[in-house]
Ligand binder design. Sequence first.
Ligand code: ADP
Length: 336
Amino acid sequence: MSTRAPAVEARQLIKTYPGDVTALNGMDLTVSPGTVFGLLGPNGAGKSTTVKILTTLARPDSGTASVAGHDVLTHPDRVRRSIGVVAQKSGADPVATGRENLLLQGRLYGMRGTAVQRRADEQLERFDLADAGKRLVKGYSGGMQRRLDVAIGLVHRPEVLFLDEPTTGLDPEARTAMWDEISRLAGEEGLTIVLTTHYLEEADRLAERVAIVDRGRVVVEGTPDALKGELRGDAVHLELRAAHVPDGTTAVLDGLPGVHEVLADGRRVSVRAEDGAAAVPVLLAALERAGTGVASATVARPSLDDVYLRYAGRRFAEADAPSASAPAPAVAGGVR
Ligand code: ADP
């Protein structure tokens, strides 16, 4: 844990929108400098609203927040100088070249003369856009455009970079390339990255710490591994040859060493096992003795979806409304 002041700190942010929509309902965040922090949640959870407040584009109804040591409400100008923002929708001018876009952004931040020219070229080089820099942005692929967006966001050397859903809309290949790019940035110059995403895999892969957001607040926060580790052991899913789990089998399996939480549903049996791979032969033998063979067995490490289910009480896909316009339901108490 870093002893330096947090790069981002938010305390009890509340934000409501007209029509009685509670977008934030006591949002708390602490991000250590030089780390990648993931805000993970389904659509409508409050991620964008949080980022808008932290980037001074919106004001909370109540609560406090600081970024790079500056209060977002009393010193928004200082916050803006310290941050780079890559919004979901590209801010690049499509009828200007990549280089012109970088120059414009640099000048907006007061960079002049050869310094801004050098910085634009450096960014083109760094984001593998050196050849494309002379071409109009409207001719770029989705992945190139996204890389340019990040290059623009970093042109003035911010301390904290906000990436809002950086890979939404990218094809799988461009998404993987973007992930590599973000991982690379994370190791550089003590940059802090706050990433919002509704992809479980993205948060798992990129973020050192993840806050799972649901209905306007953080329901659980920690390293992806620690969060998954809270769910004891691996998930083992078995499909039986018999049409139904024989009577009494659940109790037999539950009594096996290292096996917990046995759930039977039709011909499917799911258990948690401290060591999934070691449990499979034991489970197969016990089921044989109970009179049924097993058609298939799979072992899975707990996913962030399992973590979300535990803390939010529903599956990610269920919560992930296609439209974020539905009002947030009342928050159930006692999830933390
Ligand atoms: P996320 O980024 O996690 O998808 P948002 O912060 O965009 O979530 O939205 C949180 C909630 O606030 C949603 O219910 C959304 O519909 C609502 N909301 C967001 N922006 C506005 C707005 N400008 N006016 C009214 N409601 C809004």
